[in-house]
Design a protein around this ligand. Structure first.
Ligand SMILES: Nc1ncnc2c1ncn2[C@@H]1O[C@H](COP(=O)(O)OP(=O)(O)OP(=O)(O)O)[C@@H](O)[C@H]1O
Length: 296
């Protein structure tokens, strides 16, 4: 079992932006979802765990080794799919993966060939191996990104917003691939898409303005909201008034009408219906009230 312990991590960039503020997390094998809006600090956290940048303060231990003082410990165990993978050279996927395997230190030629072939098959790219990656679709590129991240059998895999821009079929295929991998290693999936986390992650955290505002098992966290989420269909013109009167967590157009969802310990007023909370409610409720909700 691999363990990643993050304690009281903060990151202040030279321009004074405090991107992370006292982040503490315990992560073990399986898929861990990190949910947060744009600018919440997800990439800052991912880059710091990947030892691409140092934190301003705090500690990170991977399998009980301090990886801020010994970054090579995490680097040799790391598979990283950054948000921007950069420009692909005009060589075939197979050649590029082989080249990346050399860079990752897989020097034995036979072993390298075996790994490259197995990973192209696992990511369903084997039939496209002779094509250049820059001709690939978004989904194929992300699958190639995972193939390169898996070179060298890493124990810690970090994927930063991997599903943005993928069509639903590719997104499904990609997420299934991740969950297969996540059984025996740590996979940290950073995303602003609630659905990416709902079905796949046994543990998650919500990051807002550099702080962890909720963490735990997604369904346990959602259970904590039971009986507290109320909905009502209202006129579009009344939205502002409801925002002033109640803790509105979301407003949605449903068949041309406006549905508001409100968080409240008891019925807010006549006409509201109690509804089963979902992960999206948890996300909006937590980010807006910013009150830490924790389960053990
Ligand atoms: N190298 C940097 N120098 C200065 N500020 C930075 C740097 N990188 C990120 N920031 C700032 O830190 C904050 C957190 O950014 P970060 O990219 O970590 O968030 P994010 O949750 O990954 O968002 P996104 O999904 O938009 O990438 C933002 O205010 C951002 O502008």
């Amino acid at each position: 079992m691999n363990t990643l312990r993050i304690e009281n991590l903060s990151k202040i960039y030279p321009n004074g932006v405090k991107a992370l503020n006292g982040v503490s997390l315990n992560i073990s094998n399986g898929m861990f979802g990190l949910l947060g809006a744009n600018g919440a600090g997800k990439s800052s956290l991912m880059r710091t765990i990947a030892s691409l940048q140092e934190p301003s303060s705090g500690a990170i231990n991977f399998n009980d080794v301090d990886i801020i003082n010994s970054p090579q410990e995490v680097r040799k165990n790391l598979g990283y799919l950054p948000q921007e993978f950069g420009v692909y050279p005009k060589i075939s996927a197979e050649k590029l993966l082989n080249h990346l395997a050399v860079l990752k230190g897989i020097i034995d030629k036979k072993e390298r060939k075996n790994q490259v072939t197995a990973l192209l098959q696992q990511t369903n790219l084997y039939q496209h191996r002779k094509k250049s990656v820059y001709t690939f679709s978004g989904g194929m590129r992300q699958r190639f990104g995972i193939a390169q991240a898996l070179l060298g059998n890493p124990q810690l895999i970090i994927v930063d917003e991997p599903t943005a821009g993928l069509d639903p079929e590719e997104r499904n295929r990609f997420l299934n691939l991740l969950s297969e991998i996540g059984e025996n290693v740590i996979v940290i999936l950073s995303t602003h898409i609630v659905e990416d986390i709902r079905d796949l992650c046994k543990n998650m955290a919500i990051l807002a303005e550099g702080e962890i505002v909720a963490q735990g098992n997604p369904s346990e966290l959602v259970k904590g909201l039971k009986g507290k989420i109320w909905s009502k269909m209202i006129k579009k013109d009344d939205v502002d008034a409801y925002h002033k009167a109640f803790k509105v967590i979301s407003t949605k157009l449903v068949s041309g009408e406006t549905q508001i969802r409100v968080i409240s310990d008891s019925i807010p007023e006549k006409g509201f219906n109690s509804i089963d909370p979902n992960l999206e409610d948890l996300y909006f409720a937590t980010v807006q009230t910013n009150s830490p909700l924790k389960t053990v």
